[in-house]
Design a protein around this ligand. Sequence first.
Ligand SMILES: NC(=O)c1ccc[n+]([C@@H]2O[C@H](COP(=O)([O-])OP(=O)(O)OC[C@H]3O[C@@H](n4cnc5c(N)ncnc54)[C@H](OP(=O)(O)O)[C@@H]3O)[C@@H](O)[C@H]2O)c1
Length: 256
Amino acid sequence: MQGRLALITGATSGIGEATALRLAEEGCDLVLTGRRSGRLSALKARLDAMFAGKVGVDALAFDVADRAAVGAALERLGPRAERIDILVNNAGLALGTEVAQSGDPEDWDRVIDTNVKGLMYVTRALLPAMIRRNRGDIINLGSVAGRWSYRGGAVYCASKAAVRAITEGLRLDLVGTPLRVTNIAPGMVETEFSDVRYRGDAQKAKDVYAGMTPLSARDIADTIAWCLSRPPHVNVQELIVFPTDQPAVGHVHRRS
Ligand SMILES: NC(=O)c1ccc[n+]([C@@H]2O[C@H](COP(=O)([O-])OP(=O)(O)OC[C@H]3O[C@@H](n4cnc5c(N)ncnc54)[C@H](OP(=O)(O)O)[C@@H]3O)[C@@H](O)[C@H]2O)c1
C-alpha cells in the first residue's frame, strides 16, 4: 500500500481515526476528513509527528451530506484529488432508539443524508478519476444492522442496508475495471457511536458495552487493511465482523 493516497471520511474519531493510523503504518498518504476541524488538525499533527517524511497528510473539513461542500472541498485539494486511489466511506451515525411511531423525522433525514446520500456524493466525486487512472478501492462501512434489523433502529438499519445495496451496485457499475468495492459490516464497536446515538448521555453509551468485550476501532481498521492488501484479482465484497460476545444482532453475552 506504500505510496497510495487514501481519503477517509469521518476520520475525527472511532473507526475512521483508527483506519487513518493503520493506513499510515502501511505507508499510505492520507486525506483526513470530518466536520470537526480542530480534531482533524490534531490528528494531522499527530500523524505528521509519528510518520515525519514518510507519509503526507492533508486535512479537509466538510459535511458529507452537503453536496456543494463535498465538491468545494475536493477542489481545495487540487490535483492531489486525482491521486486518491483508496476511499474509505466511513462517516456515519445513528440517532436515538425510538420506535418509528414516536421517532423524529429530522433524525431520519440526518441519518439518511449522511449514511446514504453523503456516501454517494463522495463516491461520485472521486470515481471518475479512479476510472481514468484505472485503479482504486472503495471501502464502505456498512453494519450488521444492514442485514438484520432491530427494534428502534428501522431507519439506521435501512441506511446500512442501502450501503450494502450500493456496494453491490457499484461492483456491477464498475465491471471490467480493476476497481474493487467492499462492504465492511461490523457488530458492536466501542467508539463515539453510542455517545452520538444517545446525544451525549455518557452513562447510556457506556451501558451498551457493559459486561461484554466489544470490537475496537483498531479491529475494524485491521480488517480494512487486510481487505486492501489482497491481491488485485481478489475483491472481498462483504465482511461481517461480530465481537465473540455478540452472536447475533440483539443478542449479547454479558458477564455481569
Ligand atoms: N460503532 C459501531 O458499533 C458500529 C457498528 C457498525 C457500523 N458502524 C459504522 O462505522 C462508521 C464509523 O462509526 P464509529 O463507530 O467510528 O463512530 P464515531 O466514533 O461516532 O465516528 C463517526 C465519524 O463520522 C463522522 N461524521 C458523522 N457525520 C458526518 C457528516 N455529516 N459529515 C462528515 N463526517 C461525519 C464523525 O466526524 P465529525 O463529527 O467530525 O463530522 C466521526 O468522525 C459509521 O458509518 C457507523 O455507522 C459502527
